[in-house]
Design a protein around this ligand. Structure first.
Ligand code: PMP
Length: 710
């Protein structure tokens, strides 16, 4: 109490009164000759909550949750050896009460209580041991809480520090749930209110919230046992606790609700994400999945696409793994947004810490945007030294296109014939996806330089010249239509073309022609950037000089952030004209994410790893090719691989239906991949850069089994 008075003087707990000799404790000899320690406490105003007749008030409950969190915050740095003495109400030693259950008269009730103790001993107590511990009050029930007699929501006191002990922090909440009236129909929302209000002051950990149900059950089992034992062993003592059967009723009520529902309520109240099952036994039912699919159709539109015949449902991820509600974990070889691995803790913390401090926009001065811009541009060639922040790859490309038109005065662009660059009104037109999609007059598509299945193949000595010559046609057509060439927009990974093995020198040849026509090089690094291709940038791999670089997807490892990096001159001329500003672009939280991604790439040496693990992946696949004729070609750089399937190696005929089937078989093997290319016969593999050789082995084994099963 003295500790609380010092650290949190506003908390309504009794004060210890000093004697005339300036001491808190005295020893007094009683008439029976025994010495007793004596101390005097101040009297607090108010009436016991249990005496107010207030049965079920949510405002009071919220106050209790907050007060107990504040008490525990104040007690955080307190310790006394007496706090670890044996204590009958300690959850972690509750199984010691088992010998007393014989006093529970009702046989069924006895068995139910025993089951709870068994569960505590086997499952819960071992888990509690790794949770936060400290000295806690552990007795916040309605007989120990004083309130204003005219307003039960105003707590005027917390008394009885006699059950103070060193225990798991979350026990405080389980005990505070005693304040929910027995028989209340709203027991679950009431518990959620206590948990959420506690959490609003002292943030709870997920594992703590997940154990509240078990602790509330245990508390009722303990109370039942202690009440029954006291009645049987010391019938002459005054009864403090209600009839043991009251608590058994609460236990039964809890069992009826069930751990899953109860816990989900608490998790939602604290905004913890939906629980993800740990095993197939706990998988979400088919009915529940079907309900979500239907809700998705009606709320998000019936044409919202999903991967796989039966959509996959994920609620959790870590590193290279996604965890599904079917209880299995899936190796993610497809998604390239989590570049440094799903939910990388450093990135997650950076986002959370910045969100807790400030989230505002670039119209104000803050250091993280400048730190980020400085670090990011230092990874690029020296002339690329100025940034504009936006929210997505599409937006970055849109801005880049506006820049190119403004700087060159031209209005036409060259792209790949099956390019993808995003979704804004104009950038959708830069994204034909397939070569046969008609393009507007201001856009010209180049034949994809694919030496495996393109019109000019790898054994053609003039392959490079033949592909590059197509740019002469495109530029001439743009000139003829009066548009001229403002830019060549190119995804350095050529991802939507199926990651072809672009001939060396091809990009440089195109660059030369574009520059001669007065155009700029817009290098779209949404796919290829941040080490995906085994070096920082894809355009470096192709040896070209970019005028404008656009970034998205991996920049924030999942947090929305798009960036346009260009020269000082281009940026200044563009901004003079447009004063472009994006509300969310480069906000403080996005910059925290961006900085953290750079930290991880640097600290975990991920560019190097992308090279070595990517090479290992391709060499392992190449070995499989000797056994499986379906594998026509494997190519790529770093952590970007194209794996092309053909039904006939000589003809190179696309194995379209086999690839579709393989995706489903790989899903059954718990490996996620995606298909690409105009014939959808290419596996596009873009695992996160934290992939290790072991993960490659999992992938290759799954691929082999799937190929066998085709
Ligand atoms: N450019 C490329 C090369 C892309 O692959 C994508 C997205 N797949 C985009 C741009 C668009 O990015 P966003 O979806 O963030 O708008």
């Amino acid at each position: 109490m003295q500790h609380i008075a010092r650290l949190a003087p506003a908390l309504p707990v009794p004060r210890v009164v000093q004697s005339n000799q300036g001491r808190e404790f005295h020893t007094v000899r009683f008439t029976n000759g025994c010495d007793h320690g004596v101390y005097v406490l101040t009297c607090l105003d108010g009436v016991l909550l249990s005496d107010t007749g207030v049965r079920d008030d949510s405002a009071t409950r919220r106050e209790i949750g907050k007060m107990m969190a504040n008490v525990d915050l104040a007690l955080r740095g307190y310790f006394h050896p007496a706090a670890i003495q044996q204590h009958p109400w300690n959850f972690e030693t509750c199984t010691r009460l088992r010998h007393l259950i014989q006093h529970i008269g009702n046989v069924d009730a006895r068995a139910e209580v025993d089951e709870i103790f068994e569960h505590m001993s086997e499952i819960v107590i071992p888990r509690l041991q790794s949770l936060r511990h400290q000295v806690i009050h552990q007795d916040a029930h309605t007989d120990n809480i004083l309130v204003d007699p005219d307003d039960a929501t105003r707590i005027t006191g917390l008394i009885d520090f006699g059950d103070l002990l060193y225990g798991t922090l979350v026990a405080e909440i389980a005990v505070a749930c005693d304040s929910i009236p027995y028989g209340s129909p709203d027991m679950v929302p009431a518990a959620a209110e206590i948990v959420a209000s506690f959490d609003s002051v002292l943030a709870l950990e997920e594992q703590e919230v997940d154990l509240v149900f078990d602790l509330v059950c245990a508390r009722n089992a303990m109370t039942t046992t202690i009440a029954a034992a006291r009645l049987a062993l010391t019938p002459e003592q005054p009864v403090h606790i209600q009839s043991p059967l009251t608590f058994v009723d609460r236990l039964r009520e809890l069992q009826r609700v069930g751990r899953a529902d109860f816990t989900q309520h608490l998790r939602t109240a604290c905004r913890f994400p939906v629980t993800c099952p740990n095993s197939a036994n706990e998988a979400l039912s088919d009915d529940e999945e079907a309900r979500l699919v239907e809700a998705r159709r009606s709320l998000l539109g019936r044409n919202t696409t999903h991967f796989y015949e039966r959509p996959m449902h994920f609620e959790r991820a870590r590193g290279p793994w996604l965890f599904s509600t079917d209880g299995h974990r899936y190796l993610d070889c497809y998604n390239n947004v989590p570049q440094v691995g799903h939910c990388h803790p450093h990135v997650v913390r950076a986002i959370a810490r910045q969100a807790a401090a400030l989230n505002t926009n670039t119209r104000y001065l803050y250091s993280s945007a400048l730190e980020y811009a400085d670090r990011l541009t230092s990874k690029l060639a020296p002339h690329l030294s100025a940034c504009i922040f936006v929210n997505s790859g599409s937006e970055a490309n849109d801005v880049a296109w506006q820049m190119a038109k403004l700087i060159t005065g031209n209005t036409g662009a060259v792209i790949m014939e099956d390019a993808y660059h995003g979704v804004t009104d104009v950038i959708r037109q830069f994204s034909p996806g397939r070569p046969e999609t008609p393009l507007p007059a201001f856009l010209k598509g180049l034949i994809v330089p694919d030496p495996y299945r393109g019109p000019f193949r790898e054994n053609d000595p003039e392959l490079l010249q033949k592909y590059a010559a197509d740019a002469n046609r495109a530029i001439a057509e743009l000139d003829a239509s009066g548009h001229g060439t403002a830019a060549f927009m190119i995804d350095s990974a050529l991802c939507s073309s199926g990651v072809p093995d672009v001939p060396d020198g091809y990009m440089q040849a195109i660059e030369k022609k574009i520059r001669a026509a007065g155009g700029l090089m817009i290098c779209d690094e949404v796919q290829s950037g941040f080490g995906r291709m085994g070096q920082w940038w894809g355009h470096e791999h192709h040896g070209v000089r970019a005028d404008i670089v656009t970034m998205g997807k991996p920049v924030g490892n999942g947090h929305p952030l798009g960036v346009v990096v260009t020269t000082q001159e281009i940026l200044n001329r563009f901004m003079d004209k447009t004063r472009l500003f994006s509300t969310f672009g480069g906000n403080t939280v996005a910059c925290a994410a961006g900085n953290a991604v750079l930290d991880v790439i640097e600290q975990e040496n991920l560019i190097e790893r992308s090279r070595t693990v990517g090479d290992y992946l391709r060499s392992e696949i190449a070995q499989l090719a000797s056994k499986h004729a379906l594998i026509g070609n494997v190519r790529g750089h770093g952590m970007l691989t194209g794996l092309e399937f053909v039904t006939d190696r000589a003809e190179r005929s696309p194995a379209t239906s086999e690839t579709a089937r393989l995706l489903e078989l790989m899903r059954q093997e718990c490996v996620l991949v995606g298909s690409e290319g105009r014939d959808a016969n290419i596996l596009k593999l873009r695992p996160s850069l934290v992939f290790e050789r072991d993960h490659v082995d999992v992938f290759v084994d799954a691929l082999e089994r799937s190929l066998d099963a085709l």
